[in-house]
Design a protein around this ligand. Structure first.
Ligand code: AMP
Length: 213
């Protein structure tokens, strides 16, 4: 079964997805990472995507859905996907249901990491992501881990869209387009809300408990 990690930007979805990948043999499907990979290819689609991401706007459903379908239909990932950053609006939520039904897969757990905007701002402003392994660390809270990072600290980079103006835009978009789809998921028995303001390992322990069920 697959997992949806749901929450505002900076809630810790990517960080927790990486733990689930290591411990529970899952694959992280971060639409943000897939889109940033497309930007790195420097295609014309990539430059349109770059523009939207740097303004904190959504990339078109069409582009994101194509990338998503390629991953869902990949045999290696079958029923072992953590959706991180998808769905982000009601149309994407419906699209996910349709594709999963078509390929006879299910969502086993929907986990909502709930975090307030002031905490998000602090987390995102310090966030550094490794361009090689995608690990995320925070320049204020993880100084030592940054120094000792196995790929080398020079590979930890700030995302261009992690500045205050864009963070506020992304949060507003989350509140208007993404948060309303919680109604769609919160009625299901497999839905769990976790206080995402807790320490990383406390959240990991709660997710471990959920995945044991
Ligand atoms: P993230 O890495 O999840 O914070 O996503 C970074 C940016 O990629 C977002 O601010 C959007 O511009 C874009 N993006 C990621 N996932 C989606 C999605 N499911 N639908 C539309 N745009 C997305």
């Amino acid at each position: 079964m697959n997992i949806i990690l749901f929450g505002p930007p900076g809630a810790g979805k990517g960080t927790q997805a990486q733990f689930i990948v290591k411990k529970h043999n899952y694959f992280q499907l971060s639409t943000g990472n897939l889109l940033r990979d497309e930007v790195k290819l420097k295609t014309s689609l990539g430059s349109k995507i770059e523009q939207l991401i740097s303004n904190g706007e959504f990339v078109s459903d069409e582009a994101v859905n194509t990338l998503l379908k390629q991953a869902i239909t990949h045999l290696k990932f079958r029923d072992r996907i953590i959706f991180d950053g998808y769905p982000r609006n009601i149309e994407q939520a419906i699209n996910l249901e349709l594709i999963l039904n078509e390929f006879k897969q299910t969502i086993g757990h929907t986990i909502f990491l709930n975090v307030s905007r002031d905490i998000i701002e602090k987390r995102i402003m310090g966030r550094m992501t490794c361009e090689k392994c995608n690990m995320t660390l925070n320049e204020y809270f993880n100084k030592e881990q940054i120094e000792l990072h196995p790929c080398g600290p020079e590979h930890l980079k700030k995302r261009k869209d992690d500045n205050l103006e864009v963070v506020i835009a992304r949060y507003d978009t989350y509140m208007t387009a993404t948060k309303p789809i919680l109604d769609f998921y919160s009625k299901n028995l497999n839905f769990t809300e976790i206080d995402g303001a807790q320490e990383i390992d406390q959240i990991t322990t709660k997710i471990d408990d959920i995945l044991k069920v």
